[in-house]
Structure formats: structure tokens, C-alpha cells
Design a protein. Sequence first.
Length: 159
Amino acid sequence: MKMLTRLSFVGAIAAVPALAAGRRTLAAEELPKLTITKDPNCGCCSGWVEHIKAAGFPVEIVETGEMNRVKARLGVPRHLAACHTAEVEAYVIEGHVPANAIRRLLAERPQIKGLAVPGMPVGSPGMEVEGTSPEPYDVIAFGPTGETHFARFKGADPV
């Protein structure tokens, strides 16, 4: 019986690295999919998509020339509109919202409709301009009770 116990113990110890590796993989796979709707001719949208993919989010791309209809259907206020719109779980992501803000949104799960970065701030994910410093910009939370400041970024970094 002692050999079986030792063998079981050795087997369990040998399995620890594999289990730990499996957990790392599972954690990456647990990120929810972003369904991103964009105009087929928009280059900055593709840059933002690459930023989201690099952060580990799975994505599905839907291309349409009817972006205003998509924004209206999802309840994006006109003054917060940007060039692309994404859906993740029950939230709307409008514009060049950094992946870190989306991760925080999903961790905190506030009672809002979504997040927006209005316009196209220079240096925001997908709007990088070589030789130009990123400008600071705000991520706005919006929903039925109004709008609030959610985060401030410079480039993809919180400030």
C-alpha cells in the first residue's frame, strides 16, 4: 500500500505543472468574445481590432455600411459616437476604448449600457500616429441614468 501512496503522491506532484499551465490557458479562454461592427473601409477600426486581439479577447467582425443604424439599435448617444461599435456580453463598447477599460468593466459589472471614447483621439488604440505623442482622453460610461467618467487614458495606458 505504501508504494501506491508514494506513486499517487509522485503522480500528483508531476501533474501540478500541467494543471497550472491548463489554468493559464483557461484564464485566457475565459475572456468573452467581442462582436465588433465596423465599416469595411475603416483602417483605424482594424487597428483597434488588433489591439483587442493582442489583449487576448476573441473577436467576431461584422462589416456594414449602416453603422448609424447599429448605434441607434444599441442605444449609443449620438454625441458619443465613434467609428466602430462592439458588443461584449450585455455591454456596448463605442469607439477606441482600451482593452484595459473593457477588462475593468467586465470585472466590476456596473449597471450601465456601455463605454465610449467619442471621436478618434490621437494615440488611442488604433489611432496611433508615428512621431506624435498620444493625447489624453476620457472613457465615458453611459446608460439609462446618464453619463459618467469611467477612466482616463493616454494611449493605451491609464492616467
